[in-house]
Structures are given as structure tokens and as C-alpha cells.
Design a protein around this ligand. Sequence first.
Ligand SMILES: [Zn+2]
Length: 229
Amino acid sequence: MPTFLLPSLRPLTVQRLRDSLLPRVLGPLVPGAVVRGPADARAPALYLTVDDGPDADGTPRWLDALARHDAAAVFFLSADRAERHPDLVHAITEAGHRVASHGDQHRSAWRMRPRTARRAFDRAERVLEEATGQPVRDVRPPYGRVTPGLVRWAAQGHRRIVLWDVMPGDFVASRPPAVLADEMVRLARPGSIVTLHDGPPARRAVAALDLALPRLRAAGWRFPLLPAA
Ligand SMILES: [Zn+2]
């Protein structure tokens, strides 16, 4: 991130940005985790992922934007939010996107006892599978915070931990869409997994997408759904 932004950031935001970098650096070391999808240098793919939904205001914006750009995304949903918005969960799968697990109440696995964390992710998976009628095999712990217990839990259930290598920081209110879009274009590598957000950052994220995807498309990129594990 540009250092000139630092003085304006609150400590919480600095922590979130640090969290956004950790998975890129440490993710490749986590057994069973991915930070990138399949790469094909002739027709480079960028895999979009959207965290923290569903959201009454944000999710429709996201679905419109993805349709506009002929792009697909994996939506890592919070189970408690999915229970409140079953119609939005259906809208996501109806549009050809995939639902995956972001846990139950957006709690950090680092702050839960291992058994509590396992139960939370089990419950989230059950809720999302009931809501979609489909198996939910991809999981992204909130903040990308992985624990040895979660790695074991994922391996036992043949689940895949999906992290990312591109997170432009749409959750920082002071970052304009043009900056987010530049960051996406600058960091994208064939097979990159990009993390953006539903909820309050959705307007900013979608505006960034409207700027970045046409540029990438013109350079030959496509935006397919991250292949299932
Ligand atoms: Zn999240």
C-alpha cells in the first residue's frame, strides 16, 4: 500500500491491511490452502471472490456488476447473514456464482477455542448447504486467520481453504475506486485470487471493478469461476 495513506488509517485498519498481506505470504505454506487458481498464460484468468455477504444493499450491486462484465465469483458468506437473506443466497447461485463458507458470525479463529471454531465452521457449512442444496467445500476463515485445528478440520472433510494473493483493501473508506482498480491491475497474475467485499465496501468495490475489469479484458484476461476443488 502507498505509505502516504498510513497516517490517516486507524489502528484497526492497519491491522486489517496486515491481515490482508499475511495470507499472500504465508498462505502457500498452509497445507490444503490455495492462494491462486489454475493459470493459463495464453488466456490469463483472474478469480474473483466476495467476502462478508449476503447484504441487502451490496449483493444486488455485486450481481449486476458481475453480469455487466461477464464475470463469475465465489461468494464467501457468513452463515448468520445467509440465514437472514435466503433470497440473496438463491440469487447468487441462480446467477451461476458459487457459495462458500466464511464461518458463522465473522469471528477470528485465533480467538476461539479449537472445538468452538470447529463447531462454528461445521454449523456454517450446514446452514449454507441447506440454503443452496449444494455441497459447500470451499472455506475462508475471517481475516484469513488459519489455525492448525482448522487445517485438520478441512483435511478431514476434504475441504479447501481458499485464501488470496490480491486484496486491494476496499474496506478502507479513504481508498478511492481508482486506487483500488490500479492495485488490482498491478497485482494481478495469471490465476490470481482477488478478495473484495460485500456490505459497506460494496459500492467502492463495484466501482473499482467497473474500472479494472475492462482494462484487464482489453489485455486478454477473463474472469471465470474458480474451479471447484
Ligand atoms: Zn470477512
